[in-house]
Design a protein around this ligand. Structure first.
Ligand code: 6PG
Length: 231
């Protein structure tokens, strides 16, 4: 059953301002409490506008305390235009000057990329009792088919539930049709906080379906206790 919380904004500017502000405040709080902030970001277009807002706040962000990870990655080299890391590098990373040692990309171009990412996560992020890494915050998007991360509807219910990271085949409905490496739904749900950032009427309709129980086949509906920033 849907258990999220929705924040509606009239304009995309106010949506990205508010979500950047939320991340900034939560990051500052986590760092004040425990000296580190474990953040995982998604790919796609949406993070670009979020990064543009976060960059305005960069003097207030404790950059050296942020450990940055990815929710998912397409199986291409990091300099490919389809690479989620490559895309973030152009915006977030080159403008933020995050220490290199705090940036943990998924080496999805390597044949054992999912295994090395699991190793990194288990070494660098605190684990819960079931052995899943506990991120402070996971930032998610939603695709037109209701996917989130690289969990696609055609594979929902067919993926192993005991894995931290999965290698998944190319999506059948959306592009780019590339093999991906992704955090599992179980890892996403183990995070302390999960936020979705969605814009446009098509995505708002997906959220309506999730809310009224008609979207149970959407992977995004399986993320528990998420905050949805919507415009
Ligand atoms: C990816 C993603 C994916 C993305 C959604 C939304 O690598 O494709 O991580 O889950 O977040 O497809 O993408 P947009 O922000 O481009 O709409």
């Amino acid at each position: 059953m849907y258990d999220g919380e929705i924040f509606n904004y009239k304009t995309s500017e106010s949506l990205f301002e508010a979500s950047a502000e939320y991340i900034l405040r939560y990051c500052q709080k986590a760092v004040a409490e425990k000296g580190v902030f474990y953040l995982a970001i998604s790919g796609g277009k949406t993070p670009d506008l979020l990064f543009a807002e976060l960059i305005k706040e960069k003097d207030s962000l404790p950059l050296d305390k942020i450990q940055l990870f990815w929710v998912d990655e397409r199986c291409v080299p990091p300099d490919s235009p389809e690479s989620n890391y490559g895309r973030a590098k152009k915006g977030l990373l080159q403008n933020f000057l995050l220490p290199k040692s705090n940036i943990h990309r998924i080496k999805a171009e390597e044949s054992d990329g999912e295994l090395s990412y699991i190793e990194d996560l288990k070494k660098l992020v605190p684990l819960n009792k079931s052995g899943f890494p506990v991120f402070d915050l996971v930032v998610l998007g939603v695709g037109p088919d209701g996917h989130t991360a690289s969990i696609f509807p055609e594979k929902l219910g067919l993926l192993p539930e005991d894995k931290v990271v999965l290698r998944v085949p190319p999506p059948e409905i959306v592009s780019p049709k590339l093999q991906r490496i992704t955090l599992s739904l179980e890892t996403i749900n183990a995070a302390k906080k999960k936020i979705f950032i969605i814009t446009g009427s098509e995505k708002a309709e997906l959220l309506d379906k999730i809310k009224n129980g008609q979207g149970n086949h959407f992977p995004a509906s399986k993320v528990t206790q998420a905050k949805w920033f919507v415009c």
